[in-house]
Design a protein around this ligand. Sequence first.
Ligand SMILES: [Zn+2]
Length: 446
Amino acid sequence: MRQVFDYVDDIEKQIETLSHEIWSYPELGLQEEKSASLYRRIFEDHGFLVHSVEGLPTSLVAEYGQGKPILGFVGEYDALPGLSQEVSASKQPIEEGGPGHGCGHNLLGSASLGAALAVGRYLKTVNQPGTIRFYGCPAEELGVGKIKMDEAGVFDDLDACLAWHPGMWNAVTGSSLSALIKAEFFFEGTTSHAGAHPELGRSALDGVELMNVGANYLREHIPEGTKLHYIITNGGQAANIVPGHASVQYMVRAPKKDVAHEVFARLVKVARGAAMMTETSVDFAMEKDNYDTKNNVVLEDFVSSSYAFCGPLDFDQEDLALAQAIVDTLPPENYREALKVFDNPAGTVLDGMVHSILGRGETFGASSDLGQITYRTPTVQCSATCFPLGVPLHTWQATACAGSTFGLKGAIYMAKVLAVSAVRLFEDETNVLEKAWKEFKANHSR
Ligand SMILES: [Zn+2]
């Protein structure tokens, strides 16, 4: 395994430069032209075959090697609006209101690239069948990139997928993410003078409001763990005009995609009922249909054992001082909540230890388009310490951490865990892939 670490060490500078460039030039989902072309150039320089999925120009599929097994790493590189921030412990946007890497996707993609290059070099050296593939997935924050890539079939022949996200711990993530359906409902009514001729009007806003009333009653009778969220996206233009158009955006979350679909179908009935009551009409546009993430215990246990090869992650005094200063800008309960997850005997806000599997059997309220991949092939989700304990994603503090030296250390560490795991899977002395597929199929038929 020493050899694999050396390969990652050799390209450490490249990982750092890529991560820094992407962090310094944050691009929103589906606009990641510069980021995607940086990735493309590096992969092509290293002899990878690269193509984009049709209709998704900022996507990338880069591969090296030949034949089976085919292992995949996931990269993302989109930023978030309004989170521009210096590497600093006080709120200092680089560009007021501009985008920033508040989810650490600069680290995410760079580490996966580093791992892919290291594994490519390994495959070249051993001269045995096997293919390593890097998926550059645009617009994770919009939840659409992997859905379109899945529709193009690019995950269909994968034997396993190794994904990660920058986090607060070095651990495999054993919890699953929720399924999510997002749709906007458009009500159409008849406009009239609200004072002079209200009897001639049919209010589209009444339709929206009665739909919301119905949805709030529906809440009591949906399966445990299912959530409904909504916002009114158009409530009319002036109170003295009966609104002819109104709209409401809904999200349905559930631990499993089938439940999300069942509840959504009932929500559509609520919308139709509201339209009938108000003599308006309603239509909806689906915006997102993210599957829940399916866990694979075999693969999780296997990759968890790879962390042991890498050992703990060291941070220096400078890292700890900046991390502590960032944590100090947040409510103290953030840090206290994080401590409930794993014991932290060192007492520092950067936890470099290797931990056991995180949250196995639990369902996390958030969602990701990663779910689609987990329905195609055994998939594992990993985490490495890039953020101090208690720093939430999607905040200016997270953008600062994603650009910091300690964030980068977490990414390089992750590149090693991913590369070691893939090499061990190519060697596969204990038939892990076969066992992972057995579990995947059994899980699928349920
Ligand atoms: Zn993210």
